[in-house]
Ligand binder design. Sequence first.
Ligand code: PLP
Length: 467
Amino acid sequence: MDRRRLFANLPSVDKMLSHPRVIELEGQYPRTLLVDIIRAEIDGCRSKILSLTEDEMESFSIEVDELVQNIKNEIEREYALNLTRVINASGVVVHTNLGRSPLSEEIKEDMWEIASRYSNLEYDIQSGGRGSRYSHLEDIIRKITGAEDVLVVNNNAAAVMLVLSTMAKGKEVITSRGELVEIGGSFRIPRVMEESGAKLVEVGTTNKTYAADYEDAITEDTGALLKVHTSNYRVVGFTDTPGLRELKDLGEKYDIPVIEDLGSGLFVDLSKYGITYEPTVMDSLKNGADVVTFSGDKILGGPQAGIIVGKKEYIQKMKKNQLTRALRVDKLIICALEATMRLYLEEDMALKKVPTLRMLTYKIEEIEEKANRLYSLIEKAHISADVKIETGYSQVGGGSLPLERIESRVISIVPENMSVSKLEEEMRLSQDHVIARIYDEKYVLDVRTLFDEEFEIVCDRLKKILG
Ligand SMILES: *Cc1c(COP(=O)(O)O)cnc(C)c1O
């Protein structure tokens, strides 16, 4: 064969488009994308031919079947959504980079129904007139928390901003130096305050702040006392910070509202399940916060949202703030949140059905059972690696309980013919995108954050890579 003959044998785009398997693809994918990919594949062949030596040319032929297969692979890859599923074997339950809380299986039908049909989002079915999108969440969140009123916005950062903008714009807000937190993505409490138009007054020191420090800073310009739950770090040792009750007493004495940003909202006291006590939303209200804000998708286990609960007089004002319109939540979030909240009407139900809570409260026997299950699957796959069940520690994540190490079981893997970091990379880059840790020079899969159906997937992928 000479080069000219090879070029002449190259199929045209039209010829490829009439191939039965390509016609099938045309039914599934956009035609323009398909044509672009066919063209690129043919161009690839052309370059290949140009680069052939005389000898190579002798044995070279154009395989149409192979070309079709390449086109199929390429169009699948290009058409796949960029936002894609990953398997979390990191043991970090509320993993912000991996989408925080996975939603409950229980709510999927409700969500699809609202997503794919019309709804009473802002329509009052009783009167046939206009309704409020916020009304759907009010009753249920009031019922669970006992709060007077509720408002839900885009996320907790937005909630803090709206609260401050409504209650303290142009006024001073007193906060402890020990609580000026930065959470991920450089959300800094001092900056948020500035954006909201409130003026920050820092009191105390990093490790010690007393109620008297707040009291000394109170002036006629004070708009609120703010307590920020230091969710992602702890000042340990010689520390002091006034409790909510003390702030409440001050607030009453000077007629100033007390705001608490709880960060991760909790409705269930997890100390019953072996996790360090954290104030629940109900505790916060009971202890005198006038307004409390928290996230929907941290430990609460719902969709991304910022939930504001507290005194009606303040929340009514927030509802009228122009900012609220810019921070509003859409119907999918409202539906997901309402359906998740419904599970909280009974604590046991929430613990069972909300994946985040379920993962955080597994008994160690349940974790052992999961580890054994994954171990035996891997054992049967006969991979070339040293595989063990070991004790490891999971984390809550999402900037919550930073010091908490929850005892777990992990499968540790040391491949025989591959480096641990190469294995980590191949698992991550594979179609299944398994995200795991390297610890102590071993590849470590924490079973706590694996869903049941993912055990086989992880195992099959290990087999493909190390089999
Ligand atoms: C996480 C957190 C926020 C921000 O919440 P998002 O829902 O991520 O916007 C604000 N304050 C505290 C204390 C937090 O922990």
